[in-house]
Design a protein. Structure first.
Length: 290
């Protein structure tokens, strides 16, 4: 949604430029074929100038006089008359070629290039937003790994595992709390919880800040406005309207933990606390009520 808020104004501006260029081209086409007053005045003056030139006697040079006398002394039979030849049939010009002026050619070229650019840009945006289904990135199903390896990575991170390509946190879910979870969570969430894992979306449901872990309290604590969540993303304090959102989870036949980042499930309601986990140490952001 953040990307769409940036992309949509850009596309609107580009479309406005195309419409403006098309309007200018229409104005140019309407202007073709209209002569200015000065041009029409010059055209009316040309016939009069041509008549004056015909009435005025042409100056004859001496060389021309001598040549005329030499021709008169010759036998008229020796003179060779050169005809103009057969008339050439008139061929109408190609209206398509005559109608395209330089300005029209440039306008059409610019509009064509802009159309190609907008098409390429739109294709790239669509591919970015919806093309992740088979690309292995955010918005697709991500194989986090074999469950035993995932649990080992969580232990190395002192209770937390961040998966950047999925924009998610993966933590352990206590198997002793499954009975309580069944009354709160959907089947898509329980598939991972029953395997001992939960995948949480990194964004705070309050205003979208990225929520980091707090190693001392063993909770998630949002630095923007102080919302706090236990290790499985259930809200424990702050202004957030619910717990952390999570993704649909599943376990493959070869015991791989699969997270569908294209399916975001809203976090549990305020007051949900299936694990009963309390803060295990000092908070990283202080008292969230302040």
């Amino acid at each position: 949604m953040e990307l769409l808020a940036i992309v949509i104004p850009i596309i609107v501006v580009l479309v406005g430029i195309v419409v403006f260029a098309s309007t200018r081209r229409s104005d140019t086409e309407r202007a073709q074929g209209q002569l200015s007053r000065e041009t029409r005045g010059r055209d009316r003056a040309r016939p009069a100038q041509a008549e004056e030139a015909e009435e005025a006697p042409a100056a004859v040079s001496g060389r021309e006089v001598e040549r005329a006398a030499a021709l008169a002394r010759r036998d008229p039979g020796e003179l060779e008359l050169v005809g103009s030849g057969a008339p050439v049939p008139w061929v109408a010009p190609d209206e398509e070629a005559i109608g395209v002026a330089r300005r029209q050619f440039l306008n059409r070229s610019i509009i064509g290039l802009m159309g190609v650019s907008i098409t390429g840009f739109g294709t790239a945006i669509v591919a970015f937003l919806y093309g992740g289904a088979g690309g292995g990135g955010f918005g697709s199903e991500i194989d986090v790994g074999v469950i035993a390896d995932v649990e080992a990575s969580i232990d190395l991170g002192n209770g937390f595992l961040y998966v950047p390509e999925g924009r998610m946190w993966v933590t352990r879910y206590p198997k002793g709390s499954i009975q309580k979870a069944e009354a709160v969570y959907s089947a898509q969430e329980l598939a991972g919880m029953e395997a001992g894992l939960v995948a949480l979306y990194q964004k705070c449901p309050h205003l979208g800040c990225r929520v980091p872990e707090c190693q001392t309290s063993q909770w998630f604590e949002c630095p923007c406005h102080g919302s706090q969540y236990n290790r499985v993303g259930e809200k424990r304090g702050g202004p957030a309207p619910r717990g952390m959102d999570r993704f649909a989870m599943s376990v493959s036949g070869d015991n791989h933990f699969i997270v569908d980042t294209g399916t975001v499930i809203q976090g549990p309601a305020i007051g949900t606390n299936t694990t009963g986990q309390e803060a295990e140490g000092p908070s990283c952001i202080g008292d969230s009520t302040h």
